[in-house]
Design a protein. Structure first.
Lengths: 113, 113
């Protein structure tokens, strides 16, 4: 079993829809939870991060962490064609470079105009 | 991708030949990482560096070596390329030891025939 599981999609939605992207994990030591966005043939870029449980909002994006269920989500409101990309969740344990990021496989999102 | 370049961007090589990929940063970040990205596996850490001449293995280090003689350069060498090393390779950098915030380069697409 992988430490981080992510539905690969693809997920296709109409413009303006609310998008929900999810990851589950098995390692209870994870404390930092990140979402990276990767456009086609580009490197990933950090979109949001959350420490421990709770919600974090940034514009149209909301990240949620439920440590009791080992489940994290990224919600995109009023989705735009420019949101079309692969979304990668990533996690790590406590401080220190030796606690490395563990990435999900990514979910491919297509927002149709 | 600002501040991080990778070279070459594309390479085709034959099985058994040595290959060196270069990552160059202008951000003066202490930590540097090499990942490979494959369908169904997501991003996997190959090696990382926490300072000049300080490196350590990641999750999939077999068949790869690295060197870092200057802060700005991190080299990844495939000693004897195999077809299983056909992949997209990403370099990443981070400023702090809490490495959730990593900045990725544009990637190198390597094909081993």
């Amino acid at each position: 079993q992988k430490e981080v599981e992510q539905d690969p999609g693809p997920l296709s939605v109409p413009e303006g829809a609310i998008v929900s992207l999810n990851c589950t994990y098995s390692n209870s030591a994870f404390q930092y939870f990140m979402w990276y966005r990767q456009y086609s043939r580009k490197g990933p870029e950090l979109l949001m991060y959350t420490y421990s449980s709770g919600n974090k909002e940034d514009g149209r994006f909301t990240a949620q962490v439920d440590k009791s269920s080992k489940y994290i989500s990224l919600f995109i409101r009023d989705s735009q064609p420019s949101d079309s990309a692969t979304y990668l969740c990533a996690m790590k344990g406590g401080g220190g470079a030796t606690n490395k990021l563990i990435f999900g496989t990514g979910t491919l999102l297509a927002v149709q105009p | 991708d600002a501040g991080i370049t990778q070279s070459p961007r594309h390479k085709v090589t034959e099985t058994g030949t040595p290959v060196t990929l270069r990552c160059h940063q202008t951000e003066n970040h202490r930590y540097m990482y090499w990942y490979r990205q494959d369908p169904g596996h997501g991003l996997r850490l190959i090696h990382y560096s926490y300072g000049v001449k300080d490196t350590d293995k990641g999750e999939v280090s077999d068949g790869y070596s690295v060197s870092r003689s200057k802060t700005e350069d991190f080299l990844l060498t495939l000693e004897s390329a195999t077809s299983s090393q056909t992949s997209v390779y990403f370099c990443a950098i981070s400023q702090r030891d809490i490495s959730y915030e990593q900045y990725f380069g544009p990637g190198t697409r390597l094909t081993v025939t």
